[in-house]
Design a binder for this molecule. Sequence first.
Ligand code: ADP
Length: 876
Amino acid sequence: MRTSTEELLTQRPDLVLKLQGCIDGALRVLVESGHFSPTDCDGIQLPIYTPSQQARRLLDHVRSKGESASLVVLQYVQQSLESESSLEQTNPKFVKYQKKLRSSVSAQSRFLSTYGGTSHMPLDDIYTEVQMELPNNSADNYKSMGFEEIIGPVGSVNDDADTVLASGEAGSGKSTWLQRLHLLWSQGKALQDFLLLFPFSCRRLNSEQRDLSVQELLFQHCCWPDRGQEEIFQFILDHPHLVLFTFDGLDELKQSFADEHRICCPSQRAPVDVLLFNLIQGSLMKGVRKVVTSRPEAVGPALKKHLHKEIHLKGFSLSGIDCFVRKHHSDPNEAAKVLESLQANTALLGLCHSPVLCWIVSQCHKELLGCGEGSLQTITDVYLMILQHFFQHHSTVKSAMGVNWLQENLGTVLHLGQLAFEGISNSSYIFSVTDMETCGVTESDICMGFLIQSKDMSLANSKCCEFLHITLQCFLAALFAILSRNTGCSAISKLFELQEMKKKRLRGTCFGACLNSTNIPNIVKEHSTMAETPNLQITATFVSGLLSQRYQKLWIQCSSSVLVEKKTKQAEKCLSKGMQQHFRSIPQPVQGEKKSMHAMPEFVWLIKCIYEMQNSRLAKDAMSKLEAEHLKLTYCNIGPVECTALAYVLQHLKNPVGIQLDNNSVGDVGVEQLLPCMHICNSLYLRNNNITDEGIHKLIDKVIHLQNFQKIALFNNRLTDACTKHFSYLLKTRQNFLSLRLGNNNITAEGAKQLAEGLKFNRSLQYLGLWGNKIGNEGAEALANALENSESIVWLSLVGNGVGSAGACAMSNIIRNSTSLEELWLTENCITRTGVESLTQALKHNHHVKSVWLKNNDLTSAEIEEMQQTDSRLVF
Ligand code: ADP
């Protein structure tokens, strides 16, 4: 017979799985039985560990406590399994319902609907991990997290709240991510602590007109229990922690989140949005976990205070793009060709970080490979490609699709365009047969593949449709706006005047009102609320792209050329006016500071529109009016695509500026996109932007020749020693370079030695920041050796680098010999008395140094007190 300790070893993988859902309970019995102390528990439950890591740590710890602790854990796991199966015996109706729910969730989530029009694609075959960012946990950023981890305590901002929000732009993969969660749960592969999962789509909930109770909401909108409704609902009420609700697309709900109308009684009927808000904020069904997805614009402070945590979905990483393309194409040669053409066109590669664009590019590989390198640059180019692709796919005379392809399909474009346009202006995304008839949408229009059948439960009997993706709806709406003879220039300007409209609080203004109402009926009059800004902005971006000079020929065949020209002028005027308004809002600089422009998100949007239009005259005109010396674009959600647009516009600036892009998702592809504007950049701030050595390599190759470029800040990226040789080269070559900040990366002694090589030949660097790397004594010695006689270095930080007294002694040489050093930061290292004494000695001969920071080193309080007396410039 095996001992319990042996049992623990042989069953370990199984136990890890089982324990994940009941770590708390297992720890409780271990404490109660005297095997664990509360400190043991704390060590295991540290929020940095995932549930499976916690389970493993628990087992390791139990083993070290011996046989009887092992027995306690084995018994506990056995008991909890028994109580689960007793639930099956005592409540067969519940178990039956659970099975029904599982299979309905599985059926709903097995296939990806974007492929619906052309082929069926199982989610399991195509799902590719997306990048995620936990705003409060920068260490783990951009990794993808398991669903257990997402629901778990890591990154929690409010332990009392039960709602996890996943936010991201349109097309960043939110719905697909949630669909994956549903699928894994239904397959028993994730979140098995939750016995029931109720998936909701806010888009579909919009069509619920009745007041409902929670029970009706669950059973009528998710899964109907064939027997024992009351019992099952009572079970849910009694075991909220075993239940998970998901709400996809909160931004698409017609009402925005409000905290006013509170209800807490589960049998009380209320409008669906009220129910939903009460569920999310927890006054209704407290303890039930909720996962909500939304675009960031819909997440205001009222919602934020009820969130357990928020994660940002950031689309595919570079390796994600690679992986997706390979999964999409069963023929590896075809995949390789697509990837090759992406490598040759980095603007397009940048676009592919967005899963929806990556999907289009993969879907249209034939068109992509046929159209020559570099010809696809803008988002509009990509959507025109899918438009053509769908038409091609359904063309009866396939090869005959010529230059007139748009003209040949103009009827379909206008019908679908009108449906899309009306939908965007009314926040409608699901269309009834009547809606479609009103816009003249025919059966053959539907067959083109842009529309898919909606799985709306409450309208189960009527055939409702929705567009494959919201961005496609925006694109078709934009096509309609420029092609329809019934939409005038005022429709164009309305699209671009969003912010102004908002500021004036013109609530209830309907975008549709500017249409000729006799020709364009409003689809859902009763719903005409203020249209959703983000969708109008996307539509306006497409309008800009479609009105680009390059496409004018296409429209001339299909619409009145005079009207299209007028619309083009109108769009240009709006963009230029928008930019000027933005510049006018720049406040005068505080005395002694640079004139700085803090960009608003609309600024980025306007710039993207100008880029889509590929109108360099417009870019030039706009930039000639900008007088700021510093552009601050922090936290603006800037990825590679935005970088392409920024560079396109900013390269026309008259005078050099500082460009501050901290806390965005620029990445290596984004860095490459910025290169065309580096000649007007004197300082580049890219803190926290997911940049690797590769991006730095490309950047330095460019800026090495640019005399304006003098400062760079790269705090908190993914740099290693491999980037330091490039910086070393920069330092050697450029004798007017001023500031290099590389804090919080992964640079070791080797990297510091490389930097030192460059520093030996440099006469200009004033600021060197290496906070939070791992250069140790060896690295500090190398740097000290290089900077010993520096006449330029003013500020040096080696905070948190594992530097000991040997390193501090080396630093003393800089203090002794450098004529320029003013501040030396050595906080959070392991310097002892010997090191500090050496620094003190060196300070005796130096009057330039203002302070040496030594907080949190290996010193006793008595030592600190004593040494403080010797020189007031030592800061402990
Ligand atoms: P969002 O909800 O953020 O607008 P979606 O999840 O609808 O974005 O994504 C749009 C399309 O992009 C999907 O229909 C799918 O084709 C593709 N896609 C998104 N995420 C993934 C993923 N993780 N793996 C594979 N394809 C994806």
